[in-house]
Ligand binder design. Structure first.
Ligand code: GDP
Ligand code: MG
Length: 162
C-alpha cells in the first residue's frame, strides 16, 4: 500500500487550499466560511517517483451544532491513527484556543507530525511564524498555500519522510 498523508487542523487555516495546491487541481472546496469541508477528499499524488495518498479533512473543533460536522470531526480523528504522516496546519497570524487544543492532542503522534504554518505570504509573516517553534514539533515548514510559496520545500520534506 502507498503511504497515507492527511492534512489536519482547525477550520479556515487553509487545509483545502493546500490540498488543491499539492494535487494541482481544485478538488476540495475552499471557503472563507469555516466548516465548508465536511467530507474527506482523497487523491493520489506523485512526489518525484513515489506516490502517496493525500487526504483533506474537515476542520476540527470541540463543539458544533451541526450533525454533519460532528460526523466529519469523528471521522477525521480516526484518520489520525491511520495516517503515516500528518500535515498539521496552523496559520501565521492567528493562534486560537482550538489550535492549542490540537497541539496538545497531537503530542501522542509527535513522530509523524509536520507542523505547517500557512498564510506565510511574506517574509514579515515568517518572522511572526517563528513563534511556532516553541511547540517542539520535529519539523516546521512555513508556506503560503494560496501563493504557492515554499510548496517545493514541503514536497521535498514529504519525500524525505516516505
Ligand atoms: P480550510 O477550512 O482549512 O480547508 O481552509 P480553506 O482552504 O478553505 O481556506 C480558508 C481561507 O483562507 C480562504 O479564504 C483561503 O483563500 C484563505 N487562505 C488559504 N491559504 C492562504 C494563504 O496562503 N494565504 C492567505 N492570505 N490566505 C489563505
Ligand atoms: Mg477545507
Amino acid at each position: 500500500t502507498i503511504p497515507f498523508v492527511a492534512i489536519i487542523g482547525r477550520p479556515n487555516v487553509g487545509k483545502s487550499t493546500l490540498f488543491n495546491r499539492l494535487v494541482g487541481k481544485k478538488l476540495a472546496i475552499t471557503d472563507s466560511i469555516p466548516g465548508s469541508t465536511r467530507d474527506i477528499v482523497e487523491q493520489e499524488i506523485f512526489l518525484g517517483d513515489r506516490a502517496i495518498l493525500l487526504a483533506d479533512t474537515g476542520g476540527r473543533r470541540e463543539r458544533t451544532d451541526s450533525h454533519l460536522e460532528t460526523l466529519a470531526i469523528e471521522r477525521s480523528y480516526s484518520i489520525d491513527q491511520k495516517a503515516d504522516l500528518l500535515l498539521f496546519v496552523v496559520e501565521a497570524m492567528e493562534l486560537l484556543a482550538e489550535d492549542e487544543q490540537l497541539i496538545d492532542y497531537l503530542r501522542r503522534y509527535q513522530d509523524k507530525v509536520i507542523l505547517i504554518v500557512n498564510k506565510c505570504d511574506s517574509h514579515e509573516r515568517d518572522f511572526i511564524a517563528n513563534n511556532y517553534y516553541q511547540y517542539g514539533f520535529k519539523e516546521l515548514i512555513m508556506i503560503s498555500a494560496e501563493h504557492g510559496r515554499n510548496i517545493d520545500l514541503l514536497r521535498e520534506a514529504l519525500y524525505q519522510h516516505l
